[in-house]
Ligand binder design. Sequence first.
Ligand code: UD1
Length: 365
Amino acid sequence: MNACEVLCVVGARPNFMKIAPIMAAFAARPVQARLVHTGQHYDAAMSDGFFEQLGIPRPHVNLEVGSATHAVQTAEIMRAFEPVLDQEAPRAVLVVGDVNSTIACALVAAKKCVPVIHVEAGLRSYDRRMPEEINRVLTDQISDLLFTTERGALDNLRREGIAPERVHFVGNVMIDTLRRNLERAVPVGQTLGHRPAGGYAVLTLHRPSNVDDRDTLAGLLDAVGRIASRLPVIFPIHPRTRAAAERLGLSARLEQPGIRLLPPVGYLEMLGLTREATVVLTDSGGLQEETTALGVPCITLRENTERPVTLTEGTNTLTGPDPEKILQCFADILTSGGKRGRIPEHWDGRASERIAAILRDWLDA
Ligand code: UD1
């Protein structure tokens, strides 16, 4: 058997919770897999801590590319990944999600005629101003095997001419990780003095469209300040957002009464925070899904979402960055408790097992 059948790639924080159950399912099946970390995220709080908490095997290699513009970061990942791919000579390359590491490594593999496997395929916001949307569309186009998290993803892929035989609806690997770790979640809210179920809001914010423009970020932080006057807001702040607030002269608005700033927190801490929150306000993709899985109301500070099942079946509501809409939605949730929601199909903790089974058959065919 080949020493490495599938070369798996991670790079940025949201990749780690997706790869963890996949590596475990590959070890069990078995599928011979090795892991490459591109180093897109590199701070301990953004990377190493997740490997420790989630028991992800140590990466075989770290490309250590770090931060740069999109063009430079993507190019550096490609340049560093190519010799690793040549050396490992895997049967396939597996990428997850929609970050720059995803498209960069998929592109290197496809050009070398190494089959590409994309986990979390077919999600579309139909907003090409989002860098992740470009990454999604392009990665799917050059993938040979596409694993989807929700049924609607197949329609998106069909519209782009992707053969349905290549697409498998397996469910959500991030929810595998959530279910596996719920018991271990760290009750950070209680440690900070909040009562066990609720009594605070959680905020995350990092999309360029929300944090890079002064008026938008100022409006968002004003809305958060008004929310914090009614309910404490716990805000683990992304390094990009902290840097943007400083650059735009908005740091004082992070210090408003009722806002509790934290550095980026680990997976188990975030799970603990989310699980017991009254409401989550976010522009993250993953948190929209995690709140739906946990039945916690979510206000998404974006105009669109690539994860529509969280709106139609889950607890998610889109407000965009408009302060009035955010405050109205927040008030509705305090009054009514928010959308009830149900767990979407196949978000049952077994997505990675399904992937490993399909992949084993595919490799053996
Ligand atoms: C990336 C992903 C985004 C994902 C997000 C989660 C792309 C296009 N974007 O955005 O989809 O939701 O990760 O975090 O791939 N930085 C640090 N330490 C780190 C990493 C980054 O301080 O370990 C700072 C740097 O100032 C860097 C900035 O964060 O310039 C942005 O990092 P980058 O990887 O370019 O994008 P994210 O905004 O994190």
